[in-house]
Ligand binder design. Structure first.
Ligand SMILES: [Zn+2]
Length: 407
């Protein structure tokens, strides 16, 4: 656990500075009086802090607004271009890496394929070399880079910067942060991919107007993240939200995690093949009479009105609905936001999922839970990864180890 800083004048000064800049970031453009009203700090303190932040090019004057006294008040805005971050997502056969400004606006993206997902040093090299490439292409250097955030599927120790276990990549105990940090000379933060997406949802999506919600991801795996008061709950080992591994069938299908009957073995895109094997005899005319059935095959067949493919999606929806009921009953969220690459097929599985999800404890007591589809695009994964690094820069500097732009 990080050590808290001693409470002294320097700490109070840093806290006030953090409060001012975060208020401008979140609510700007604001006048000095607006900032004083929102933070409770005196105008003279705010003026001193603003002078310092302006000198460091973190805020700038952006025009004026009518103030109550008749004089026009100068408005201050956060300078998103005062630094840059990298957001990356590692998938089973490729890597997406994006350069962003400090508002997580994506300036450029590279997609890089790799052959062997188990070749960790090669993937680390790809992240380092492509970060340098993006910087060069935008006439930037490592000096302009405030941090790197990396999203990986699996159980992540974000304090140590290690992938504890990723079944997608077949990685165990891989330290990603250290070698990249050493090569680029900038802090590196890693987290689970669903958590990374959720950071984007908190700052740029559903979280702008809502405080408590769950993001549930559907794809090759099933994952979830729990947002409480706009903060992500990580759990004791950083693994809160391994929702795909909640058991829905005692003694059910064996799962790669070691358990049996996990939701992921029924409701994820990986489950189609298993599900098809028990149904295929009833569908002699199906186009899915293949040696190996992948998600893309099922989607294409369903679009061509193949009855087995449509049945497989309906079954997926039913299982997912059971998962949604369990999530709703466990956490009583206001909303569940559905995310993930599997949502491309939502028209085929969502009606069944919604229908089952409605039959939950709270609904029977006339308390509805909203289930919505994320409005963010596919780039939310890398945007969220960049936010892992950006958010650290603006944390209140209460820990000895806090990495901050402000001190
Ligand atoms: Zn499992």
């Amino acid at each position: 656990m990080s050590q808290l800083r001693k409470g002294n004048r320097a700490l109070i000064k840093d806290m006030n500075r953090s409060l001012v800049i975060n208020t401008i970031r979140k609510f700007g453009p604001l006048s000095r009086t607006d900032i004083s009203n929102r933070t409770g700090l005196g105008l003279s303190t705010i003026t001193k802090i603003i002078d310092e932040l302006s000198q460091n090019k973190l805020v700038f004057e952006t025009g004026s607004a009518n103030s109550t006294g008749g004089r026009r008040a100068i408005l201050l805005e956060f300078n998103h271009q005062s630094g840059h971050a990298i957001g990356a997502k590692i998938m089973k056969d490729h890597l997406v890496i994006a350069l962003t400004d400090l508002d997580s606006t994506i300036l450029d993206t590279l997609e890089i394929s790799f052959q062997n997902k188990e070749d960790v040093p090669h993937i680390i090299d790809l992240i380092i070399s492509n970060t340098k490439k993006l910087l060069t292409q935008h006439h930037l250097t490592e000096e302009n880079l405030e941090g790197v955030g990396i999203a990986v599927s699996g159980l992540i120790d974000n304090q140590k910067g290690t992938v504890v276990r990723s079944s997608l990549l077949n990685w165990e105990d891989v330290n990603l942060s250290e070698p990249i940090q050493q090569a680029l000379g900038t802090p590196v933060f890693i987290d689970n991919d669903v958590n990374a997406y959720t950071y984007a949802e908190i700052e740029k999506g559903y979280g702008v107007t809502h405080e408590n919600f769950i993001c549930l991801s559907i794809g090759d795996g099933i994952g979830a993240s729990l947002v409480i008061n706009r903060k992500l709950y990580s759990g004791e080992f950083g693994g809160a939200g391994e929702f795909g591994h909640t058991v829905i069938h005692m003694d059910g299908r064996p799962c790669h995690c070691g358990q049996h009957g996990c939701l992921e073995m029924y409701a994820s895109n990986k489950a189609f093949e298993l599900e098809a094997s028990s149904l295929i005899d009833q569908y002699p005319n199906t186009s899915l009479n293949l040696e190996s059935i992948q998600f893309d095959h099922v989607l294409e067949a369903a679009q061509q009105e193949d009855s087995l493919a449509q049945k497989l999606f309906e079954r997926q929806g039913d299982y997912l609905g059971v998962g949604l009921v369990n999530a709703i009953n466990s956490f009583n969220p206001g909303t569940i936001v559905l995310i993930g690459e599997g949502m491309i097929a939502k028209e085929f599985f969502l009606p069944n999922a919604m229908d089952r999800a409605k039959r939950n404890f709270f609904n029977f007591a006339n308390c509805d839970t909203d289930i919505v589809v994320s409005s963010l695009g596919n780039d939310a994964w890398v945007k969220g990864a960049a936010l892992l690094a950006i958010d650290q820069l603006f944390q209140p500097p209460i820990y000895e180890t806090t990495v901050s732009l402000l001190s």
